[in-house]
Ligand binder design. Structure first.
Ligand code: BGC
Length: 740
């Protein structure tokens, strides 16, 4: 916290009183439809352009970083000289946030000509990850493995509760890209590779964020990002070109955004990269024709960080910043996350003066921005209050964080060693995530790249701490990452010898965006060495994969006894992992992506018939300690004559195991042939059921051929062809044909 804040808000406001002709009293805060029009009528063009500008906290804080100590003179300059309407990205305690946001809003509301409150944005992409006390949830790639809209909605609600009451009103989440490319360093920010799953979970997240009544009067706008095609760059590296056939864009990449728009998402952020030879930030076709006109998005469209600049500096897509700004604004952006400078404001005024950007175009954006501020209740309730912050990081939320991780972790392989029992009491726990909070929480936690351990909550336990609690300190030997030393090797060999079982954490240290670019999916050398040591010991081995994308474990999979995918499981990740490996909790997660077998052969589950699905673990794979038996599969008709006919398929699932358990049934449709060749199958419906030992339930899926067979062509025209198709669930499949 900076000195300025400590001098008190009152003092700062007094300082600012002089020389100000504040007329904000004349603005009515009534909710009348004319409110925005009347405000806009009073705005100068400079004030309008200011509303379209978003500036980073690093520009207006004393340390020039994300810490919450306001550099009042810089801030006042930003909002009085440049009329900036929104700011982003800080990190600190809940109290500091309330104080900081209150101060900013007080200055904006009381000390500017029109008193327009600010939008304050953040990347709370896995819980309130920039609040010291925040409940850090698993990253989305693990959440996706729950397949569970209710869990994702809960995750969004907790995040919103810990965000909105602090006066942060805009969350740059959820990411709606598809995890199709395991090299892409933002793989872990997505809900997986499947468009249906990403659409459903994305909508649940938006719903939980924007309709969270318990934070009222403080509200949060969600932001679906990054429109569109960001997640599948050809090289795998961040922000490098994607070449995605237009038909594929419409069939796979756009639907999650369509669903988000239909679910009322208030804002959308654009993709930083280029798609099919055009930087998305200047693509009139993608932003105006598709996003606005075809998908009907009328909310606030935001650039990604400094991305108009990147059109010039990274993509060489325009001669200079002025040309890039012209193209981007005319492509439909409302807010420019300019971040550092006010060059944007100067250029915009020039472009308007020259008649290249019309005032009508600016009014469109300003109206959307003011409408968003109005919808969020900011004109009536701009100030957060410390009274509302109890509950942040509470036991209740920590328990939910654990349940979310437990409901998502995937048991990939189990030769019978799990759950650990009496015979496996003495454990050697080793690897990079053994005694680390940072490695369980991942990146975007207190810092962009993930903060050092001391910055993480004191209420969080490491795996080592939880293991000591479970098994007793004398029964668990803990060793960190393999460091190539002889001492480490000797100690490992000896401890392995004295243990009944070895539990290893292998995977990836946290990384963000381009910092996570890799040239190979191979495991790190230190992890491989550790695995070799463990294999040599001939003791049973349980491997916990802590990683943001699938690193290759093909060589080791056969030689280990159990494998779990735990992503970055968050603040209660250690407890969740331990509950699963000790059988306190039955695993129920299923892979929301295909786990590759090779570094050079990468294929998704919805591949074409000419491709082989040769992966280590398929999409939807996930073991349980129970045996869920699928039986009595029925389809009420196998011949249809119209596209509208209703077909009902049903199947019973019985829990033949000994645990209370959750089973996720995935319903796929295979269109056997098509003019545009069809994926071998596509997920169309998910049922989640809870079964006690011995219990059996029947689930049903009712659908029409039209619903499951239509697909877009390259112009987004719907194609619907008669022909054979198959429905499948579990190991059952049934062909359905059209009669002539
Ligand atoms: C990321 C966005 C993020 C923004 C603001 C960018 O680098 O691509 O996803 O919302 O930074 O932090």
């Amino acid at each position: 916290m900076g000195i300025i804040l400590k001098r008190g808000i009152g003092a700062i406001l007094t300082l600012l009183m002089t020389g100000f002709n504040s007329c904000n009293q004349t603005i009515s805060t009534s909710k009348s439809g004319n409110f925005i029009d009347s405000l806009m009528n009073q705005m100068t063009i400079e004030e309008k352009v200011g509303q379209m500008t978003q500036i980073c906290f690093s520009k207006i804080t004393l340390g020039k970083n994300k810490e919450l100590s306001l550099d009042t003179s810089m801030f006042v300059d930003a909002i009085r000289k440049y009329h900036v309407g929104s700011f982003l990205s800080g990190t600190g305690s809940a109290n500091d946030w309330v104080e900081f946001n209150t101060l900013m809003q007080q200055i904006a509301v009381k000390k500017t000509r029109l008193g327009i409150p600010l939008l304050i944005g953040i990347d709370h992409i896995h819980g309130a990850n920039y609040i010291d006390e925040g409940t850090i949830l698993p990253h989305n790639i693990l959440l996706g493995c729950s397949f569970d809209t209710a869990l994702v909605k809960k995750a969004a609600q907790i995040t919103t509760k810990e965000t909105a009451v602090l006066g942060i009103n805009w969350n740059f989440a959820p990411v709606l890209g598809l995890a199709r490319n395991p090299y892409w360093p933002r793989f872990y920010e997505t809900f997986g590779e499947d468009p249906f799953l990403v659409s459903e979970l994305g909508a649940a997240f938006i719903n939980g964020s924007q309709n969270c009544n318990s934070t009222l009067p403080f509200e949060l706008a969600a932001c679906a990002k990054h429109f569109v095609g960001y997640s599948d760059p050809r090289s795998g590296w961040d922000r490098t070109p994607a070449e995605i056939p237009q038909q594929k864009l419409f069939e796979f990449f756009i639907p999650p955004f369509k669903k988000a728009i239909d679910s009322g998402v208030k804002t959308i952020m654009a993709n930083s990269g280029e798609v099919n030879g055009e930087p998305v930030h200047t693509s009139d076709w993608l932003l105006n024709d598709i996003l606005r006109k075809e998908l009907g998005f009328d909310g606030v469209l935001l650039t990604d960080i400094k991305d108009i600049q990147k059109v010039v500096e990274m993509h060489a897509g325009a001669k200079n910043l002025k040309e890039a700004t012209l193209l981007a604004i005319n492509a439909g952006f409302d807010v420019n996350m300019a971040c550092e400078g006010f060059e944007f404001n100067r250029i915009m005024l020039e472009l308007i003066e020259e008649g290249k950007i019309t005032e009508a175009r600016i009014n469109e954006s300003v109206r959307r921005i003011l409408h968003l501020k109005h919808e969020l209740g900011l004109f009536d309730n701009p100030y957060p209050s410390e009274k509302n912050i109890q509950g942040i990081g509470s036991q209740e939320y920590l328990d939910i964080a654990r349940q979310i991780a437990e409901g998502s972790i995937v048991l990939l392989k189990n030769d019978g060693i799990l759950p650990l029992n009496e015979r496996n009491k003495k454990i050697l726990l080793a690897g990079f995530a053994t005694d680390s909070k940072k490695n369980l929480n991942g990146a975007w936690t207190h810092e962009w790249m993930g903060a050092e351990d001391k910055r993480h909550s004191k209420n969080m336990n490491t795996l080592a701490e939880v293991a000591w609690d479970f098994f007793g300190k004398n029964n668990v030997t803990c060793m960190g990452v393999y460091d190539s030393s002889l001492i480490y090797t000797r100690r490992f060999e000896q401890s392995a010898n004295e243990s009944d079982c070895i539990v290893l954490t292998v995977g990836e240290e946290p990384y963000s965006e381009f910092r996570g670019n890799i040239t190979d999916l191979e495991l790190r050398e230190c992890d491989k060495k550790l695995l070799y040591l463990a294999i040599e010991s001939a003791k049973p081995i349980v491997v916990i994969l802590i990683e943001g994308r699938p690193r290759l474990i093909t060589e080791f999979s056969e030689k280990t006894d159990a494998l779990l995918f735990a992503g970055y499981p968050g603040i209660r990740g250690a407890e969740a992992i331990m509950n699963i490996i000790t059988g306190k909790k039955c695993p129920s997660g299923k892979l929301c992506f295909s786990y590759p077998k090779y570094s050079g052969y990468d294929v998704n589950y919805y591949h074409k018939t000419s491709e082989q699905y040769d992966v280590l673990f398929p999409f939807g794979h996930g073991l349980s300690y129970n045996d869920f038996e699928y039986k009595n599969f029925r389809v009420n008709k196998t011949i249809v004559s119209t596209f509208e006919e209703s077909i009902t398929a049903s199947v019973s699932i019985k829990n033949n195991g000994q645990f209370n358990g959750k089973e996720t049934a995935l319903w796929f449709i295979s269109d056997c042939y098509g003019r545009i060749t069809r994926p071998v199958k596509l997920l169309k419906h998910v049922d989640i059921i809870f079964l006690k030992p011995g219990e059996e339930k029947t689930i049903e899926f009712t659908f029409s051929p039209e619903f499951v067979l239509s697909y877009p062509d390259k112009n987004n025209q719907s194609v619907l062809e008669k022909g054979d198709f198959e429905i499948s669930v579990g190991h059952f499949r049934q062909k359905i044909s059209f009669s002539n």
